[in-house]
Design a protein around this ligand. Structure first.
Ligand SMILES: [Zn+2]
Length: 437
């Protein structure tokens, strides 16, 4: 702080508030303004903020309990409704007006001094685990074990806890905050929850803070673009002996795959491919009528991604051509092929001088935390691809074994993650003026 004299506490807060309110909000006309809405050390002078921050320490057992309870409600892909209903009740009990939209997202609104601008704090509801997975949280000392306990039990527990801390501390934001538990983040959910939310709120949406998993060691500011494709080759099919020489879809897939895996990809921007599934045929003595591969491609650059998708299409076409040319008897029919897009996650990047990143850095500095910038594929991909400021962060504590049956979480140190998320959120939303006095 800049005061060289020693004002009384009320004066100090008033002076602080003048400084905060004089800071311009980052607007569409000035997308690269370097200044944030306020820094964490400034916020921490405000009694309501102090009270919200200290709420966490007094309620850690309750927060852990909510995490266990929500984790034990199954939320397989496309079946998040039961868990959504439980989150809705918890957010409503923190004084929020809560609705579930037609996509299945839970949205709890905390009206700000201005409702023309909105900030999201979000955590995804869904897990990767199929409905048959047994989910019962086990305890080994401090450690909690269950599929989905960290990803995204930690994020959901933090979402609930931060909403509750705002409520208990009577903390009112300047911009409206939507506490969001969204569907379809994992795999073939293809980010459909966040897509619908950004579509609905886009004109007012200023920032998105995604809580995903555990830890405080990173901040995802770069969205990894990816596409998932399925290539299918079909033919007439026949008998291995009597129809010998007929074109074979599995042979064609093999020929195409060999071509594709020889495609050169640049080390920078990093670009990757993976043939993750292969299927086809019905028996060893039949010429198959169908063969398929599923391919995942990713890149730091949309252009490279588009090039790689074209390469896959060219290789499939060439594999079919090679097989037709090699077939001994072309009178017995020909092969058809298609490549379909199963999912696509757009890329994007938060500008290094964004107000949202400044808010996170300020929270880290205040808490004595260090975090590195990461590129990854999360719900933040969607707002980032629309040019809306977004980050994805862990919600504190330690976790591991994500997407496996051995997944675990240790709440030790979770308070730091909760404070970090709350202060970053306040940096993005600001605080209503009357609450500063
Ligand atoms: Zn996750």
């Amino acid at each position: 702080m800049i005061s060289s004299f020693a004002p009384n506490s009320a004066m100090k807060h008033a002076a602080l508030w003048v400084i905060l309110m004089a800071m311009p909000v980052r607007s569409a006309s000035a997308p690269h303004n370097h200044r944030s809405l306020g820094s964490s050390s400034n916020f921490a002078d405000i009694p309501e903020v102090r009270s919200a921050l200290s709420w966490f320490a007094h309620n850690l057992p309750w927060i852990n309990e909510q995490q266990v309870r929500l984790t034990e409600i199954p939320a397989p892909p496309f079946q998040e409704a039961q868990r959504a209903a439980a989150v809705k009740l918890l957010l409503a009990s923190s004084g929020l007006e809560v609705q579930i939209d037609k996509t299945g997202n839970v949205i709890g609104e905390l009206p700000g001094a201005t409702e023309k601008e909105i900030v999201f704090l979000s955590a995804h509801l869904d897990t990767v685990f199929p409905p048959s997975t047994e989910i019962k949280v086990r305890r080994e000392g401090d450690r909690l074990l269950a599929p989905g306990i960290s990803d995204n039990g930690t994020g959901l527990a933090a979402l609930i806890a931060i909403a509750r801390a705002f409520h208990e501390a009577h903390l009112r934001p300047r911009r409206t905050i939507c506490f969001v538990a969204d569907v379809g983040e994992e795999g073939e959910g293809n980010l459909r929850g966040m897509r619908a939310l950004v579509e609905a709120y886009k004109p007012k949406l200023k920032s998105v803070i995604v809580l995903d998993g555990s830890g405080t060691d990173h901040v995802t500011t770069k969205a990894l673009a990816s596409r998932r494709l399925e290539a299918t080759i079909t033919g007439p099919g026949g008998h291995s002996w009597s129809d010998f020489g007929m074109p074979n879809p599995i042979d064609a897939v093999v020929r195409a795959s060999v071509r594709f895996i020889n495609t050169r990809v640049p080390p920078a921007p990093r670009t990757t491919f993976n043939i993750g599934q292969i299927e086809g045929g019905t028996s060893v003595n039949s010429i198959p009528y169908e063969a398929k591969i599923k391919v995942d491609i990713r890149s730091e650059n949309e252009g490279e991604l588009a090039k790689l998708e074209s390469a896959l299409r060219e290789c499939i076409a060439a594999g079919v051509r090679d097989e037709m040319e090699a077939s001994r008897d072309r009178s017995k029919g020909k092969l058809e092929w298609k490549v379909e897009l199963l999912g696509s996650r757009p890329g994007g990047e938060l500008p290094a001088n964004s107000a949202l990143l400044a808010a996170l850095r300020s929270a880290d500095e205040y808490l004595g935390n260090q975090s590195r910038v990461e590129r990854s594929s999360t719900d933040a991909n969607i707002p980032l691809s629309h040019g809306i400021d977004a980050i994805s962060i862990g919600a504190g504590g330690n976790g591991g074994g994500a997407h496996s049956l051995q997944e675990w979480y240790e709440p030790t140190g979770r308070e730091m993650g909760l404070k970090r998320a709350l202060l970053t959120l306040l940096g993005a939303s600001g605080i209503a003026e009357e609450k500063a006095r």
